[in-house]
Design a protein around this ligand. Structure first.
Ligand code: FES
Ligand code: FES
Length: 169
């Protein structure tokens, strides 16, 4: 029997450099979940249709089920496990999801939060309509959409208030 060929891969995941041997067909999603044990990123459709597997790649949101791990040599990946501070303080959007009751079963939540964090960083959460449009790649079977939009809107408003305060100082 021939041995399966693997490639060496080094990437940063949640601030840690990870070096692994990976088969060329392994997706980033499977690499994160099965090789690195980061089970927070969820596999929904595995076909790029639901957004459950969304992670941040060099700050941009991507469906990790559509990426091959081997494509990410040297990249910086952030998953839901990497969003809280080192002392466990939740990211403001994680806290807002709790405050606004933005999840039910929670299966879509890691992808929703990663997508929402990128959206906020992109500065595109400028209106309710924009939030809905830019979050449309993330599906929620439970239908928590209204509260998800509330959570993102609340963080966007807080960021705008902070920016105004800082500009006034
Ligand atoms: S699991 Fe990747 S988009 Fe559905
Ligand atoms: S909270 Fe259940 S799928 Fe979104």
């Amino acid at each position: 029997m021939t041995e399966l060929s693997t490639l060496p891969l080094s990437l940063t995941v949640n601030g840690r450099i990870e070096t692994v041997q990976v088969e060329p067909w392994v997706t980033l999603l499977d690499l994160l979940r099965e090789r690195l044990g980061l089970m927070g990123t969820k596999k929904g459709c595995d076909h790029g249709q639901c957004g459950a597997c969304t992670v941040l790649v060099n700050g941009r949101r991507m469906n990790s089920c559509l990426r091959l791990g081997a494509m990410h040599e040297g990249d910086e990946i952030v998953t839901i496990e990497g969003l809280a501070g080192p002392d466990g303080t939740l990211h403001p959007l994680q806290q807002a999801f709790i405050d606004h009751d933005a999840f039910q079963c929670g299966y879509c939540t890691p992808g929703q939060i990663c997508s929402g964090v990128a959206l906020l960083n992109e500065g595109k959460a400028t209106s309710r309509e924009a939030i809905r449009e830019y979050m449309s790649g993330n599906l929620c079977r439970c239908g928590a959409y209204t509260n998800i939009a509330d959570a993102i809107e609340a963080v966007a408003a807080e960021q705008a208030r902070t920016a105004m305060r800082e500009a006034a100082e």
